[in-house]
Design a protein around this ligand. Structure first.
Ligand code: 6PG
Length: 473
C-alpha cells in the first residue's frame, strides 16, 4: 500500500537520524538499506516513531510504499554508490518522482546527475545537509539545489525537519542543479579553516604559554560567551575538558595529531582555484591536515632539527590571550570573506544567482559552523546583496580595524617562536594584500613581459605595452 510520504535509502548514522527526524515531524517514511539487518535494527529501535516508519526489504518495496509523486532521499557514501542507487531507482520510479541526494556530493556529479535525469522526467535534487548526527536527528541546516518546482514540493518536509533560528527555518532553495551541494562544499571549506584556526590558537596556548587542557578549555569557554560564540568554539572547550577514564589524563593529550579528511575541504580549494578566487585560509587549513598526516616524516624532521622551544620571549600572558581572541576573530572574518567570495564567483560562472544573505542566514543554526558571527554576515548581505567581498562591508571594516593589529601581533610573535600559524597567517596576508591599492604585481608583469613578451598595461597611458628589454641582461 502506498502509504508513505517519502522514502530514504541508506540507514547509516546520518540516514537513520534524518529518517527519525522526518518521522518525528509527522511524515510517514519508508526506509531501505542494502543490508536488511540494519533496516530491522533501525525499526526495532525506533520506539514510538515506529508507526511513522515503513521498513522495506527491497527497493521495489520502498518505491511501492510511497504515494506518487514520490520523493526518495539517498543518504549513502558520495560517489559511485549514489550513481548505483540512482540507476536502480530510475528503473522503478515514474516521471514526476523526485530523487534527492542528501550526501556530501561533489557538485560536478550533481550537475551531471541532474542533466542525465532530465530526459527521464524524474526530478533530481542535490541537497547539502549539515549538523552531523545531532543535526540530522533534531534539525540540520539544509542547502537545496535543483529546480524551484522540485523544491516547492518537498519544502514543507524540509522546513519542518530543519533547524530554526529565532523561528526561521535553516533550510532554503539556493539555485539550480549543483547549487546546494556547492554551497555545502564551501560550508565545509570554511569549517576546515575555522577548525584549523582554533587549533592554531590551541597550539599557542599549549606550547607557547604552557597551559593545561583544562586551563585552555576555560579560555575557550569564556570566549564562547563573547564575539566568538559558535558551535566550534563551544565544542573545543568541551573537548579540552574531558579526562580519559583509563589513564586520568586529559583525553586530548592522548589523541594522535593526524587529521582525517573526506574531501570536501579539498574540493572547495580546487573550485576556488578553478574560479581564480583566493581562498588562502581554506587552502592553508586543507594543507595543514595533509601535513598532519605525514606523522612519520614530522617525527624524523623533529629529530633532525630538534624540538623548538616555542619561546615567546618576555610577554604578558594575559595580554596575549586577549590578543588571541581578537586575532582568531579577525582571521575568521578573512576566511569567511574568502568562502563567500568563492560562492559569488561560482554563482556567476554557473548562473545560479546564489542568495548570499540567505545562505548566511541558514548557517546561523543547525550546521557545524553556526555562530553569532553569521548573524553579522547575514545583515551585511541584507544591506548589500551584491557585496563583492565581506571585507568592504562597513561593519566588517570596523571589525577588521579592531582585530587586524592583534592578529598581526599574534602572527609575528608566533612566527618568531616557531609556532605554526598557517591559516591565521594566510588570513592576515590575504587581508594585507586585499587592502593594498598598489601591490607588487607590476614587477610580475614586467618579468612576464621580459621572458615571454606577455605585455603589460601602464599607469599613465591606455593600451598594452612591451618593455625595452631586448639587450637588457
Ligand atoms: C557537516 C560536516 C559533515 C562532516 C564532514 C567532515 O556539515 O555536518 O561538515 O559534512 O562532518 O564531512 O568532513 P571531514 O571528514 O572531511 O573532516
Amino acid at each position: 500500500m502506498a502509504e508513505a510520504d517519502v522514502g530514504l535509502i541508506g540507514l547509516g548514522v546520518m540516514g537513520a537520524n534524518l529518517a527519525l527526524n522526518i518521522a518525528q515531524n509527522g511524515f510517514k517514511i519508508a526506509v531501505y538499506n542494502r543490508t536488511g539487518a540494519k533496516t530491522d535494527a533501525f525499526y526495532a529501535d525506533a520506539g514510538d516513531l515506529r508507526d511513522k516508519i515503513v521498513p522495506c526489504a527491497t527497493m521495489d518495496e520502498l518505491v511501492e510504499a510511497i504515494g506518487p509523486p514520490r520523493p526518495v532521499i539517498i543518504m549513502v557514501q558520495a560517489g559511485e554508490a549514489v550513481d548505483a542507487q540512482i540507476l536502480a531507482l530510475r528503473e522503478r520510479m515514474a516521471p514526476g518522482d523526485i530523487i534527492i541526494d542528501a550526501g556530501n556530493a561533489n557538485f560536478h556529479d550533481t550537475k551531471r546527475r541532474f542533466s542525465e535525469l532530465g530526459p527521464t522526467g524524474l526530478e533530481f535534487v542535490g541537497m547539502g545537509v549539515s549538523g552531523g548526527e545531532e543535526g540530522a536527528r533534531y534539525g540540520p541546516s539544509i542547502m537545496v539545489g535543483g529546480t524551484r518546482s522540485s523544491y516547492d514540493r518537498i519544502e514543507p518536509m524540509l522546513t519542518a525537519i530543519s533547524a530554526k533560528y529565532e523561528g526561521e527555518p535553516c533550510s532554503a532553495w539556493l539555485g539550480n542543479d549543483g547549487a546546494g551541494h556547492f554551497v555545502k562544499t564551501i560550508h565545509n571549506g570554511i569549517e576546515y579553516a575555522d577548525m584549523q584556526m582554533i587549533a592554531e590558537v590551541y597550539g599557542v596556548l599549549r606550547d607557547g604559554l604552557g597551559l593545561s587542557p583544562g586551563e585552555i578549555a576555560k579560555i575557550f569557554d569564556r570566549w564562547n560567551a563573547g564575539r566568538l560564540k559558535s558551535f566550534l568554539v563551544e565544542i573545543t572547550a568541551s573537548v579540552l575538558a574531558v579526562t580519559d577514564e583509563k589513564t586520568g589524563t586529559p583525553l586530548i593529550d592522548l589523541i594522535v595529531d593526524r587529521a582525517g579528511q573526506k574531501g570536501t575541504g579539498r574540493w572547495s580549494v580546487i573550485e576556488a582555484q578553478m574560479l581564480g578566487v583566493p581562498a588562502t585560509g581554506i587552502e592553508a587549513a586543507v594543507a595543514a591536515r595533509a601535513l598532519s598526516s605525514m606523522l612519520d616524516q614530522r617525527r624524523a624532521a623533529e629529530d633532525l632539527y630538534g624540538k623548538s622551544a616555542y619561546d615567546l620571549g618576555d610577554i604578558d600572558a594575559a595580554a596575549l590571550i586577549d590578543d588571541l581572541e581578537l586575532a582568531l576573530f579577525g582571521s575568521k572574518i578573512a576566511a569567511y570573506a574568502q568562502g563567500f567570495a568563492v560562492m559569488r564567483a561560482a554563482s556567476a560562472e554557473f548562473r545560479w544567482d546564489l542568495p548570499m544573505g540567505l545562505i548566511a542566514s541558514i548557517w546561523r543554526a543547525g550546521c557545524i559552523i553556526r555562530s553569532q558571527f553569521l548573524g553579522a554576515i547575514t545583515e551585511a548581505y541584507k544591506a548589500q546583496p551584491d557585496l563583492p567581498n565581506l571585507l568592504i562591508a562597513p561593519e566588517f571594516v570596523a571589525l577588521m580595524d579592531q582585530t587586524n593589529s592583534p592578529l598581526r601581533r599574534v602572527v609575528s610573535k608566533c612566527v618568531l617562536a616557531g609556532l605554526p600559524m598557517p591559516a591565521m597567517s594566510a588570513a592576515l596576508a590575504y587581508f594585507d594584500g586585499y587592502r593594498q591599492a598598489r601591490g607588487t604585481a607590476n614587477l610580475i608583469q614586467a618579468q612576464r613581459d621580459f621572458f615571454g613578451a606577455h605585455s603589460f598595461e601602464r599607469t599613465d597611458m591606455p593600451g598594452t605595452h612591451n618593455g625595452p628589454w631586448a639587450g637588457v641582461d
